[in-house]
Design a protein around this ligand. Structure first.
Ligand SMILES: [Zn+2]
Length: 215
């Protein structure tokens, strides 16, 4: 898809924390090398992070943390931004990216508190808002106060679909519309600024808006 739509579809490579816990050290090393070999084809490292919803035993937790740190270090080595998946782990993940002196970080599917959003934006990191904003009053309250310059949008397809149906990337327009309503701006302004944010974050050159240029 990246080859077919080079200015529109971009890839990141990472290791979801739920699967990270399953790899042997050899498999992990081989995978990190695969990412290194594909450095020029990708725009970021992710998803990576911590998931205490699915991972609860201490051995797998230790492995998940080790993989997370390895991927943060790889992102620094390759000078790539990081997409974080943190479930029941926002404070710990924030602490780890700060300790590892990460510069470009987005908190994917953000659903945290006002205090967490403030700490994230104070560090010049980004929150990524998905379609669950449509049904979460907490996300709506928090996001209404987050500077638009620190927000990007997503859908997390095929999950988090509106009306609990299968989600699809074009539903990102629903997120843009909701953000516009919460921030008192037009959908076009929100689309432009969040698209610019994503291009700046992933260092993507295209001038087109993600939403309005969908093929
Ligand atoms: Zn995720």
């Amino acid at each position: 898809m990246c080859e077919k739509y080079p200015s529109f579809v971009h890839a990141t490579l990472g290791l979801h924390p739920v699967y990270a816990a399953e790899l042997t050290d050899e498999e992990l090393e081989a995978y990190l090398n695969l990412i290194r070999r594909n450095r020029s084809e990708i725009v970021g490292i992710g998803e990576t992070g911590l998931d205490y919803h699915w991972i609860s035993d201490s051995i797998r937790i230790e492995k998940m943390k080790k993989v997370f740190i390895d991927l943060l270090q790889l992102a620094r080595e390759l000078n790539l931004p990081v997409v974080l998946h943190l479930r029941n782990a926002i404070d710990e993940g924030l602490d780890m990216v700060m300790k590892n002196k990460m510069r470009e970080v987005v908190f994917h599917c953000f659903n945290g508190t006002m205090r967490q959003s403030e700490e994230i934006t104070r560090n010049n990191y980004y929150v990524s808002i998905a379609t669950n904003i449509l049904r979460s009053e907490n996300i709506q309250n928090v996001v209404s106060k987050v500077p638009l310059q620190r927000i990007v949008t997503e859908t997390d397809s095929p999950y988090l679909g509106p009306h609990r149906k299968r989600n699809a990337p074009q539903n990102v327009s629903l997120v843009v519309d909701k953000l516009a309503e919460l921030q008192g701006l037009s959908p076009t302004e929100v689309d432009e600024i969040t698209s610019q944010n994503a291009r700046r974050f992933f260092n993507i050159g295209s001038q087109n808006s993600f939403k309005t240029s969908a093929p």
